[in-house]
Design a protein around this ligand. Sequence first.
Ligand SMILES: [Ca+2]
Length: 225
Amino acid sequence: MASGCHVLALLAVLHVCVEVTGLYGSFSSPGFPHPYPDNQLQAWNISAPVGHRLKLYFTHFSLEPSDQCEYDYVQVFVEGNETLRFCGEQEKSDEGSPRNTVIISATNLLSVVFKSDFSNEERFTGFQAFYTSEVPCETQILTDPSGVLSSPGYPNPYPPMTKCNHTITLPEGFRILLDFSEPFDIESHPEVPCPYDLLRGLPAQSFSDEVIVCGNSLWDPTSGH
Ligand SMILES: [Ca+2]
């Protein structure tokens, strides 16, 4: 995708174009939480590191409702997906409002445009959006009597903002033994159990046996439980 500002050249005059980088963050309509001014046209181009994808959601959304959101709107550009345009009030579940929509990009780029027309007489308060990024991780399903799982890129450092779900399934009667090899190195905290990164083992039929580990010693990992 070209820079969002180029994409937005389609939209007549662009007043403000903000480049947003980082693994997570938030932005909001001009003047938020106060009512937004008239005649605004603002864009946020969010870019995460290559290989990441972005998730966007709205914690507050209050724009003047209109047919097909032609007056005031928030428009989201995601490569490979339809362009989404929102207006109305989230709290009232207006048609056209994002409600609980979470927008997920296929790539590390996502653009958001906010436009208001010549009036905001009912004093709509605009929006607040949050985004996070993550590295998509392919789910593995292991069914052989023995196999290997590792963190992405192992033994190199694992990427930030990654969540991987893997399943080990063996015929009934088998027990599963997990054996960790060196290096075992998951970010930990001296006092709080695994607040940042963790490995969670969740036996399918016994949730009480959930095991959470982090740390860097195979023989004495910091245990969350
Ligand atoms: Ca308006």
